[in-house]
Design a protein around this ligand. Sequence first.
Ligand SMILES: Nc1ncnc2c1ncn2[C@@H]1O[C@H](COP(=O)(O)OP(=O)(O)O)[C@@H](O)[C@H]1O
Ligand SMILES: [Mg+2]
Length: 365
Amino acid sequence: MRNENPFTPTFGRMPAVLAGRQELISELETALKSHGSDPNLCSLFTGARGVGKTVLLSYLASRAESFGWISANVTARPGMLEDIIERATEAADAFVDRPADRRLTSISVSKLFGMAWEYRDPASGNWRTRMNKLLDVLAEHQIGLLITVDEVDPGLDELVDFAATFQHFVRESRDVALCMAGLPSRVSALLSDKSASFLRRAAQHQLGRIADHDVRDAFRETLEEAGRRVEDEALDIAVAAADGFAYMVQLVGFRSWAAMGEAEVMTSEHARRGAELARQDFINGVVKKTCQELSDGDMAFLEAMLADEGRPSSVADVAARMGKNTNYARVYRTRLLEQGVIDAPRRGYVTFEMPLLRAYLSEEL
Ligand SMILES: Nc1ncnc2c1ncn2[C@@H]1O[C@H](COP(=O)(O)OP(=O)(O)O)[C@@H](O)[C@H]1O
Ligand SMILES: [Mg+2]
């Protein structure tokens, strides 16, 4: 029996089985297949920490290859422009090295390699010039370039420059695609920057909960692929504890697997124990960090929701408890909705969206 824990409660780690997101993925795949002007070829993914943004970018980048793209995957930080050139060159080299791909046997390896110094050398022109040369070579071989930018940071000038230049690639009808991901507040701050106005036309995808039946399937498959089984009741417990949140799926799985020891079948006892430990991990790894990033007004709004003990809170009640008018409370309602922290089940009402946030706040306050 294999013993390695198959769950991946590490940020950025591709899970053994990807839960949910099928619709979104197939929408993006359609765009990548088209190589045309599908709006999804410039996409922005937002969502709370741990919702699965980085994993989705990696997944799309790996899928893109089979549709004739190479991808340059970078994080928004100083040096990202150089990194895009380095990663694109590296991906192009890896692409031509792969003899299995028929479409590419015609590519003269020396040609791509031979050109490499030119885009790598800053003396051969500014970033846009060097990228144009690189894109010209790729275009000759009908290869598109997908750029993924993770952890969008509105304070990074290079990112704003990048957006402005990328717009020219699009206007010149080059075979380029862009997928960016970040926390909702950072993405909306970037979009409000004048020079990034081009990005406001990007397709925006807010990542949220994964449906329970998808979590259930992924959880079971992960265990079965690792040679173990799971009782139905244990699945119920694990799915309820994961609460549709990607990172929590992995934490519950990881901890329940550990609780199994050498057992071949996961029982409700294992799952209960795993869920309990995962709860603390999640509060430390996600809930506390999210609260630190919220403003005092955001926190006051959340605190005012606690009195409803998990039932939907009316925004008017929340405002009254805050000692403010409803318009004031609505500002925070919008901000928190954007952050993926609360949800609006019906007009005028809000509920907690992030798992364990309510439990954490009621314990802390
Ligand atoms: N669709 C998914 N199904 C199952 N687990 C996932 C999925 N997406 C992400 N994960 C897991 O969730 C955790 C957080 O993913 P990550 O992409 O780093 O989130 P984010 O970038 O939004 O903070 C990781 O442990 C990862 O393995
Ligand atoms: Mg991430």
